[in-house]
Design a protein around this ligand. Structure first.
Ligand SMILES: NC(=O)c1ccc[n+]([C@@H]2O[C@H](COP(=O)([O-])OP(=O)(O)OC[C@H]3O[C@@H](n4cnc5c(N)ncnc54)[C@H](OP(=O)(O)O)[C@@H]3O)[C@@H](O)[C@H]2O)c1
Length: 461
């Protein structure tokens, strides 16, 4: 079989989502590792006052594309897509892309990126497209006449045992791809939770703080102190470069072999490299203590809990109260408050992730293993398209100034706690005779111990 770079030689690739986390890494990888690809078309919309052209220019002027500085990117193909909600984004958009693909005479492969949690209502997930919770066509039709209020009312009933509309519509999208793309050569890649890059183009790259990487940074900064999670739940995190490598390899395999059935790949790490949320917490916190981040808010420390009351207590005491006090301090020093806003954003990200940090799933990865074994010896040897992780992938760098800052924060915490204990004790002593008696007893015991210690050390000399 030809190697992956040989397969992409002279080919035209249409990429959606190129302004997103995965899309950027895929675009860079395609240009770098398959340099003889003919054209890469990117489908980009206008957003936040920027034209599609300006947005593409911004993407390729980022650090990720540093090695292409002298490259000329002609930007000539752009398109607009506007959608109202998750159904329109994940289902209708996918359907429209299938329709577009059907009109392409020389299309070799249609690769669809789904999510490993599309069927999270099952505990064991095979590499197949399961029947949808509802017929997507019927849902799309009914959404046409329903107003937003009605849609909101029926949403909880519709999504049933799935945690949110994103997951629900991703399952519908897979069904649309399977049914309407029946005549196309389709591959579906299902990543679990996508995190920072493992190796390429450099370790630790991310472009947003929405996912787990954002929570890790918040923990490192000492802002995130608690999370609803189970210590023993599997943390299925997959680096973005692994997802990109698997997607390129999946398209290569389907392009060459033209399999009869749709190929689904569970892009997960749980079966090859099991890692639990308790371990993640331990590694993240100990790494950030050794290699602190600059300008940390507090010394990193996180409590994982699955107990609702305990979680609410920690949220109030270690998130909201310090943020509130810090905002008062900012106001008093003439600066605008920002910590409560940060905490609110953090809580939104935590709410989205808590279902996944509290439960475990088993994914079958037979197709992924088959794909790895099918790789051309050249690709395997160079491990340019590797998508099996051999080890855990936390990498962070340390700064002496940040370490000093962290020590200062630790001393502040010790000082603050000591003052608090003395204050509480003073109030207690003033009000209770029993507390006074205990206090005198402890003081006299200490005094006796010190006198004995002094006497015995004098005798020795
Ligand atoms: N990140 C994860 O943890 C994860 C996990 C499992 C699966 N996935 C799947 O992987 C894929 C990419 O995820 P990501 O993390 O890269 O997401 P992302 O950073 O949010 O990027 C999404 C991309 O899709 C584009 N897009 C969204 N709505 C659009 C619309 N209506 N019209 C045109 N373009 C639109 C966005 O364009 P704009 O920049 O214009 O908004 C952006 O380029 C998604 O299918 C996602 O479901 C992601």
């Amino acid at each position: 079989m030809v190697s992956i770079p040989e397969y992409y030689e002279g080919k035209n690739v249409l990429l959606t989502g190129a302004t997103g986390f995965l899309g950027k890494v895929l675009l860079e990888k395609l240009l770098r590792s398959c340099p003889k690809v003919n054209l890469v078309y990117v489908l980009v919309r206008q957003k936040a006052g920027q034209t599609p052209q300006e947005r593409v220019e911004e993407v390729i002027s980022g650090k990720l594309f540093n090695r292409f500085r002298d490259f000329y990117f002609p930007i000539f193909y752009c398109h607009f897509f506007f959608y109202r909600d998750a159904v329109q984004l994940n289902v209708i958009a996918t359907r429209q892309l299938i329709l577009l693909a059907q009109q392409m005479k020389n299309l070799e492969v249609f690769t669809h990126v789904s999510t490993a949690y599309a069927y999270c209502n099952r505990k064991h997930i095979d590499e197949v497209v399961y029947p949808p919770p509802v017929d997507p066509k019927k849902l799309i039709d009914s959404l046409e006449w329903m107003d937003d209020g009605l849609v909101n009312d029926i949403t909880p009933k519709l999504i049933g045992d799935r945690p949110n509309t994103y997951i629900y519509t991703k399952a519908l999208a897979e069904y649309v791809v399977q049914q309407e793309g029946a005549k196309l050569n389709v591959a579906i890649v299902r990543p679990s939770i996508v995190g920072a890059s493992w190796k390429e183009p450099f370790p630790g790259w991310i472009d947003n703080f929405n996912g787990p990487s954002g929570l890790f940074i918040a923990a490192g900064k000492g802002i995130l102190r608690t999370m609803r999670a189970s210590n023993s739940a599997l943390a299925d995190l997959v680096p973005v470069d692994v997802v990109v490598n698997m997607s390129l390899a999946a398209a290569w395999y389907s392009g060459i072999n033209r399999p009869k059935n749709i190929m689904v790949y569970n892009c997960t790490t749980g079966s090859t490299n099991p890692f639990h949320w308790g371990e993640v917490e331990y590694h993240v916190i100990s790494t950030f203590k050794r290699n602190p981040l600059e300008q940390a808010f507090r010394r990193p420390n996180v409590n994982l809990t699955s107990n609702h009351l305990l979680y609410q207590y920690w949220i109030a005491v270690s998130h909201k109260a310090p943020a509130f006090l810090y905002d008062i301090y900012l106001r008093m020093t003439g600066r605008s408050p920002r910590m409560m806003k940060t905490i609110t954003r953090l809580h939104k990200a935590m709410v989205f992730l808590e279902y996944f940090t509290s439960n475990s799933w088993v994914w079958n990865t037979d197709n992924v293993n088959m794909l790895m074994n099918q790789l051309n010896p050249e690709d395997k040897k160079a491990s340019i398209f590797c998508f099996i992780i051999e080890n855990k992938y936390f990498t962070m760098s340390g700064l002496p100034a940040a370490r000093k800052h962290l020590n200062k924060l630790r001393n502040i915490r010790y000082g603050f706690n000591t003052i608090l204990v003395i204050l509480i004790w003073r109030i207690f002593i003033a009000r209770s005779q029993m507390a006074r008696n205990i206090w005198y007893f402890v003081v006299s015991l200490c005094y006796k111990f010190l006198s004995y210690f002094r006497a015995s050390s004098t005798m020795r000399y």
